[in-house]
Every structure is written in C-alpha cells, then in structure tokens.
Design a protein around this ligand. Structure first.
Ligand code: ADQ
Length: 456
C-alpha cells in the first residue's frame, strides 16, 4: 500500500489523543498506511524568510514534519492572504477583505517552502493529500519541481460563486492552481457547482465531462465529499463521568426549563450577533419563554490578531448584556455566554440535554457541531436541530428545521416551533438525521476520498 502524506497548515500531533474528529480520522489513515504529516510547526523564528527550518519526528508508522515560519511569513501567509483575504471572500464577506501586496507574495513563498521540504521526503508512489485554503497552490509548486505523485486537495470551507471569487486578488492564478491536483474534494454539491461555473465562465474553453474538468491542458476531478464526525468517539464522550455529571447538574437545575445551545469559534461567519437577536425576538414575541428558555452560547476566541475579529467580541458582549439586562429575573439568566474553550466531554453532555441545537452560521463549509448535536440526542426524547440554510450541512440534513438566519423574525418563529415540537415529529426528524450522520461519518469520508484519489 502506498504511503499517505497529509499536508495541512496546522500539524496534527499523533502522540496525543486527537480531540477533533478530523485529527482522529487522519491519524487513523496515517497509522494504517504509514506516512508523513507535514504542517506549520507552530514556531515563529527569526531565520531568513524562505528557509523554513523543519523539525522531523518519527512516531511509529508516522513521521511528522513541522516547518517554522518567520514573523513576516506568518503575517503575510497566515494572518494576511489566508485569513484576511481568502477566509472572508470564501465566506461571501468581500467587504472584509483586507489585502496588501506583500500578502500574496508571502502566501506563494510559504507554499513553495512547504513544497521544497516535501519533495525531499517523497517516494514515487506516495499519495499526497493537501488540506484547506492555506495551501491551494501547493500542488502547482510541487509539479513545477517535477513531482508526479497523485495529489488530492480538500477544501474545508465553502467555494464562493465566480462573482464573489473575482474579488480575490489574482483569483485566475489561484483557480488555475487547482488544476495541478488530480482530485479536489468540496464539502457540498453547491461548492462543486461553483467550481464548474467558474471554469465555464472564466476559463478559456474548459470541458466538463461528469466530474472531470479539463482546462489549461490538464484535468482534475472535482467532487463533493461531505465531511462527517467520529460518531463513536463523540458518543463515548457523552457516556463519560464528566459529561454525565454536567448533564445531571443541568437537568436538576432546569426543572421545567429548556436549554438552547450554540457552540462555535467567535468568527463573523458564524452569525453570532444575529443569533442573539433571534433569541431576543423569541423572548419578545413569545413571552412564555421568559423564565423558561436559556441560551447557552459558547464562543471561544479565534484569530484575534486579524483586525476583522476585533469588533465582534465587543458586539456579542454588548448584545448578551442587553438581553440579560432587559429580561433577566432574580432566578433566571436568559443568556449564558462563555468566551472560552470547554472540554469536549462537557460539550457532549450539554448537547445531550439541550432541547434545541441552534446552528445558524451566515456561511459555513459544513459545520460539525450540527452533526455532534444530533449524534448524542436520546432516541426516546430527542432535541431539535435548528440549522441555517447557509451551512454546508443543510444539504444533507434536510430534516432539521432549516432557517434563514438573516431573517430574525421567521427564525425566531422557527425556534419557537422547535421548542414546542410534538414528540412524534421530533423522533421522526431525529431518526432521519441520525441515519445521515452515522452513514457519512469521518472514517467513511476519509476512506472515500483516498479510494477515489488512488483510482484517479
Ligand atoms: P470550523 O469553522 O472550526 O471548521 P466546525 O465544523 O463547527 O467549524 O468545527 C468546530 C469543532 O470545534 C467542533 O468539533 C466543535 O465541537 C469544536 N468546538 C467548537 N467550540 C468549542 C469550544 N468552545 N470548546 C471545545 N470545542 C469546541 C472548519 C469549517 C467548517 C467545517 C470544518 C471541518 O469552517 O465548515 O465543518 O472545518 O471540515
């Protein structure tokens, strides 16, 4: 069996129990085939830009290779082009693009440094799998160095329509670099369609045959591989003492109360201010929820060095303060806002007793929280998933209560409907959602992508 080479911005740590489903799946795939995981070491050094010292560690079947970045590279490649240009544009927030000429240079240079290190470690039949928007041009850099191995790419975030993509500086170059891969995986059919439409509208005489797109004298397979979660691992968490202890405590406290839960990084794509407005509207319009329904919003900090993130924390604190100021009573706090990471066992416990999982991003590649929430609902008395139509997950999870989070009024109505949904309907929706989550778990996703790549 050929070795597997994973390349991602963040380096996984195979020695630690992986906390996220993705890390578990990738560690599993690497362990069974043997291989290398290459990524940024997490170190910022003051060596000359482009040198990118590499730290190689052998851990059983797996070799990890961590590449250092200089401050300049980190600022331009990571904070700059990846998170101040591509992230906002790919989440349809062209207004938040903050582009400087040196960003794209640093982005190219870091991709070249990764490619240079990788080429030195490669064997002819290694299978290479590159992850996410930080590393789109990696394959074209490798091809320019003569690498002929099969190379696949998976985009974890959405691919926007061509009109939005056009806002990205040098988008033709970026889109062209996709054609150096053998296989590109997107989260949804909609993303795949956006890729094909861009090719049709903006490339010179592309040919699209099934899932193969030909242009620039090369061809690539573009296909949806919706990512899943590690269902078993998440269910084990909910059975843990830590999770049980928390859910017992909450249930004792919540006699006759309903918990509504939202969990995500504090990112503008996740629609957090709108969520608080939706909850406030629920309390205004359906006053029977006062004293009864509590929104637990967990939103740990993320990318605080990027300017577009600085306002959102303040806005969220202001909004949650305002809702609590207006509606709280001596013995009831409407919003519990936690701006920290919470152990995953506790998250699973909280999900399991929440009557509503409120997942309302304005744009999201997939959204794993929606799947985690469904995975731990009790079959006999399940809660209801309220899901934004703009999360990739909505393409698969059609039995959730699907909402448009920009429309505060109808989403507040949908939340009220979810809180009062009859047991039969809840069970029916839950059974269908659970089936989808189980049938498309992360191991199936990982094997599906690699099988296809191997057979391209
Ligand atoms: P993210 O944008 O990070 O991922 P998501 O898919 O929801 O979004 O995954 C977040 C993960 O972090 C979940 O497993 C969640 O439980 C965990 N998490 C969130 N808040 C936490 C907290 N406070 N404490 C502990 N754990 C927390 C990107 C894309 C998504 C895509 C994934 C996977 O933006 O659209 O689904 O990659 O491809």
């Amino acid at each position: 069996m050929s070795r597997l080479i994973i390349v991602s911005n963040r380096l996984g740590n195979p020695t630690k129990p992986a906390s996220g489903g993705l890390a578990v799946a990738l560690n599993g795939a690497l362990n069974s085939r043997g291989g290398i995981w290459m990524g940024w070491s997490g170190n910022i050094t003051d060596t000359a830009p482009g040198r990118g010292d590499i730290h190689v560690q052998e851990l059983g079947h797996i070799t990890t290779a961590g590449v250092d970045l200089t401050q300049e590279e980190y600022d331009g490649y990571y904070l700059g082009f990846s998170n101040s240009v591509l992230w906002p544009a790919f989440h349809h927030r062209q207004d938040l693009i903050d582009s400087k000429a040196e960003y794209i240079d640093a982005y190219r240079a870091v991709n070249r440094t990764f490619a240079r290190h990788l080429r030195e470690m490669l064997q002819p039949d290694d299978l290479i799998w590159v992850h996410d928007y930080h590393l789109i041009p990696l394959a074209s850099e490798l091809r320019a160095m003569g690498v002929e191995n099969k190379i696949g790419f998976f985009l974890h975030i959405p691919l926007p329509p061509s009109q939005v993509m056009s806002a990205v500086p040098e988008h033709e170059w970026l889109m062209r670099s996709f054609f150096s891969y053998d296989l590109i995986g997107f989260q949804t059919e909609a993303d795949t369609e956006n890729f094909n439409l861009y090719a049709e509208r903006r490339l010179d005489q592309p040919q699209i045959e099934g899932d193969r797109v030909k242009a620039f004298g090369s061809s690539v397979i573009a296909k949806a591989f919706p990512i899943g979660i590690d269902v078993e691992q998440f269910r084990d968490l909910v059975a843990s003492e830590e999770a049980q202890e928390l859910s017992d405590r909450l249930q004792t406290k919540s006699q006759g109360r309903k918990w509504i839960t939202g969990v995500e990084r504090l990112d503008y794509s996740k629609g957090l201010p709108d969520r608080l407005k939706i909850f406030r509207r629920l309390l205004e319009k359906y006053p029977e929820n006062r004293g009864r329904s509590t929104l637990v919003q967990i939103a740990p900090p993320t990318r605080e060095d990027v300017e577009a993130y600085s306002d959102i924390r303040e806005e969220l604190e202001r909004l949650s303060g305002a809702v609590n100021g207006e509606f709280a009573t001596i013995d009831w706090t409407p919003v519990r806002y936690i701006h920290r990471n919470v152990p995953r066992a506790q998250l699973s416990g909280l999900f399991s007793i929440s009557k509503v999982g409120l997942v309302t991003p304005l744009r999201d590649g997939m959204n794993l929280v929606a799947k985690e929430y469904v995975a731990v609902q009790p079959d006999d008395d399940p809660g209801v998933l309220v899901l934004s139509e703009f999360a990739g997950a909505a393409e698969q999870m059609t039995d959730a209560v699907i909402v448009n989070p920009y429309d505060i009024e109808t989403t507040a109505d949908a939340l009220q409907q979810a809180l009062n949904m009859p047991l039969d309907e809840r069970r029916d929706r839950h059974a269908k959602l659970k089936d989808i989550v189980e049938k498309t778990d992360v191991v199936i996703w990982c094997d599906g992508f690699l099988d296809r790549l191997r057979n391209v």
